[in-house]
Every structure is written in structure tokens, then in C-alpha cells.
Design a protein around this ligand. Structure first.
Ligand code: HMG
Ligand code: MG
Length: 296
């Protein structure tokens, strides 16, 4: 059942750094280059969102323009046509649109209802198609919402199917506030996998309650082969109070290594990339694997 190969989508430079103020453009560029040098192929490099909403991502155009990584798939958040055009202008070949399985979270995060978000995305998808850009779709709050609590798996399925119908090539299932447990992951996948092929799904776990690795293992056992993570466990979401960072990429790589699953990433170089950005942020990585390697 376990996949033989897992694709890691590194979201630290976006999901991680969207929560950190005063990170220089150069630190972001250095981080992304170090991640690529560690072998990561899929890197979410920024967000073309409103700078009034998330000022931390306001330099995404500068960051991406400064990168020369022809072997990498650089992606960026594009919540609307304006964002899509700006991402295209700096050569982004994969957009990420994002909505939620919870109405309240959708309103707080992108200032519209779930249905309105889908309508908005129609323009983004049309623009992407015309420019040969592929689009990934995020669904937030798949295992719980900071405003509504439990989320019905049926609500997740409905949104995921709408995003696929729009033309997204993949759906990333976001446990935005990290409240999920293995049993809830299994229950959600019981439903989703009867309607959606596993090759179209990715998992995106935040580690607020320390369950992310267990949840990833649960998803891997169901055949899911794309995992989002952030180097050093950076991050959180500005519209989900108290949510901590994504699962650390170092910890995921160590898990995959132990399972004999291919991933193509050099763990030591990855850990060094994490230490470098953390020293710029004046903090320690939130990754047990990284700390263990450092103390060896
Ligand atoms: P709005 O205020 O409803 O939009 O925001 P608007 O169209 O009325 O525009 C308001 C102002 O923003 C205007 O400027 C626009 O030009 C500007 P003004 O005329 O007032 O000077 N604007 C933009 N500027 C730059 N780029 C753009 C853009 N769009 C409008 N693309 C909007 C709607 C969606 C823009 C806003 O709510 C927004 O930017 N939200 C983003 C929030 C965000 O980035 N959240 C974090 C990422 S999601 C996440 O972390 C979850 C995830 O990791 C998965 C998981 O963990 O679950 C993905
Ligand atoms: Mg996230």
C-alpha cells in the first residue's frame, strides 16, 4: 500500500515565512536556493496575495525574479486574477489557489464565501490554461476549523470536487490548525478515495498538536504520495490563531527514509538550510530530526 516514491512540496518559504515579519528578500532567496541544492524539486516560493492582508509576502515578485532554478517547479499562491497575472509576469509555471471546507475560515482568509471563491478561481484557471500553467488547489480546514470546530468530510469532498472540475491537477488537503488525528484522517480518506483517485490528492499537515507525522503515515498507507512540509517546521497561518508551523520537512524525510520510500532529498543539506533560515529568524528549528542531527 505504501508508495515507492513520495513527492515533497516544500512550503516553508511561503507558509512558513508568511508568519514571520522582517525576513529580508535576500534571506528568502538564499533559503530557496539552499532547498533546491538539497534536492527539493517542488518549492512554493511566494504568495501573490494582497500586501494589506499579508505584508510578509509583498516581495514575492522580487524573490522569484532573483531565482535561477530551471530544474525546479516553483509555485506561488494566486487567490485571484490579479495575483495570477503577477505570478505569470515573473515566470511562475504552477499556481496554487486556496479555499476552505469551512465558510467562516474562507471569509476570514480570503474575504468571500466558498462559492464566491470558486467563481473567482474560474478566471484564474482560464488565465492559467491560456498560458500553459498548471494549478494546484488547496482546501483548508479539512480536519477542523478554528471558528467552526469539526468539519464534515462531505464538505471537504464537495469543495475538492469543485476544484478538480475547475481544472486543478491536484488537491492539497490542509489541516490548517493541526487538530487532526490518525482516525480522522482515515475517516476523511475513506470518503475521498471512493470519489477521487489517490494520485490527485496531497496532504498538508500543520503540527500544532504533534500529530502531523502520524497523520502523514496514515495517508501514506492509503497510497497518498504527495506531502507538503516546511523546512525547520516554519510557519502557521495568519488567519488561524494559535496554529503552529507545518510538519518539518526534515522529519518527513527521516520518516520516508525509514520506510524505504524514495524522496530524492539530501537530509544533511536540508537541515543546514533550516538552520540558516532559523538563524536569520533568531530561533531554533522546530524539527526533532534537525536538532538530533545538530547534536551528533
Ligand atoms: P479583498 O480585500 O476582498 O480584495 O481581498 P479586493 O479585490 O477588494 O482588493 C483589496 C485590495 O487588495 C485592492 O487594493 C486590490 O488591488 C488589492 P486597493 O485598491 O485597496 O489599494 N489586491 C491585491 N494586491 C496584490 N495581489 C493580489 C491582490 N488582490 C487584491 N492578488 C484577497 C481578497 C483574496 C486579495 C485577500 O483576502 C487576500 O490577499 N487574502 C490572502 C490571505 C492569505 O494569504 N492567507 C494565507 C495563505 S492561505 C494558508 O496559509 C492555508 C494553506 O497553507 C493551506 C492550509 O494550511 O490549510 C494554503
Ligand atoms: Mg498551511
Amino acid at each position: 500500500q505504501l508508495p515507492s516514491n513520495v513527492r515533497i512540496v516544500e512550503v516553508g518559504a511561503r507558509d512558513g515565512l508568511q508568519n514571520e515579519s522582517a525576513v529580508s528578500t535576500q534571506s528568502k532567496v538564499t533559503l530557496i536556493n539552499a532547498l533546491a541544492a538539497a534536492g527539493i524539486k517542488d518549492i512554493e516560493a511566494g504568495a501573490f496575495v494582497s500586501p494589506k492582508w499579508v505584508p510578509q509576502m509583498a516581495d514575492s515578485s522580487e524573490v522569484i525574479s532573483a531565482l535561477e532554478l530551471p530544474d525546479c517547479n516553483l509555485t506561488a499562491l494566486t487567490p485571484n486574477l490579479k495575483g495570477a497575472e503577477a505570478a505569470h509576469a515573473v515566470g511562475i509555471k504552477e499556481f496554487a489557489i486556496f479555499t476552505a471546507a469551512s465558510e467562516s475560515f474562507c471569509q476570514k482568509n480570503i474575504n468571500c464565501s466558498i462559492d464566491e471563491s470558486i467563481t473567482r478561481f474560474t478566471d484564474v484557471l482560464a488565465f492559467a490554461k491560456a498560458n500553459n500553467i498548471r494549478v494546484r488547489g488547496y482546501v483548508s480546514c479539512v480536519l477542523g476549523c478554528p471558528y467552526e470546530g469539526d468539519i464534515d468530510p462531505q464538505a471537504v469532498l464537495a469543495v475538492a470536487e469543485k476544484l478538480l472540475a475547475l481544472g486543478c491537477y491536484e488537491i492539497s488537503l490542509g489541516d490548517t490548525i493541526g487538530v487532526g488525528t490518525a482516525k480522522k484522517v482515515d475517516q476523511l480518506l475513506d470518503l475521498l478515495l471512493t470519489h477521487i483517485d489517490k494520485s490527485l490528492l496531497a496532504v498538508h499537515f500543520h503540527d500544532t498538536y504533534g500529530q502531523a507525522l502520524t497523520n502523514i503515515y496514515t495517508a501514506l498507507k492509503r497510497g497518498i504520495a504527495t506531502v507538503d512540509s516546511a523546512v525547520a517546521g516554519l510557519g502557521g497561518c495568519p488567519y488561524a490563531k494559535g496554529a503552529s508551523g507545518n510538519v518539518a520537512t526534515e522529519d518527513v524525510v527521516y520518516l520516508l527514509q525509514g520506510l524505504g520510500i524514495e524522496h530524492g532529498i539530501d537530509l544533511e543539506r536540508l537541515a543546514k538550510a533550516g538552520w540558516a533560515i532559523c538563524s536569520a529568524l533568531n530561533k531554533q528549528p522546530v524539527s526533532k530530526v534537525s536538532l538530533a542531527l545538530k547534536n551528533q
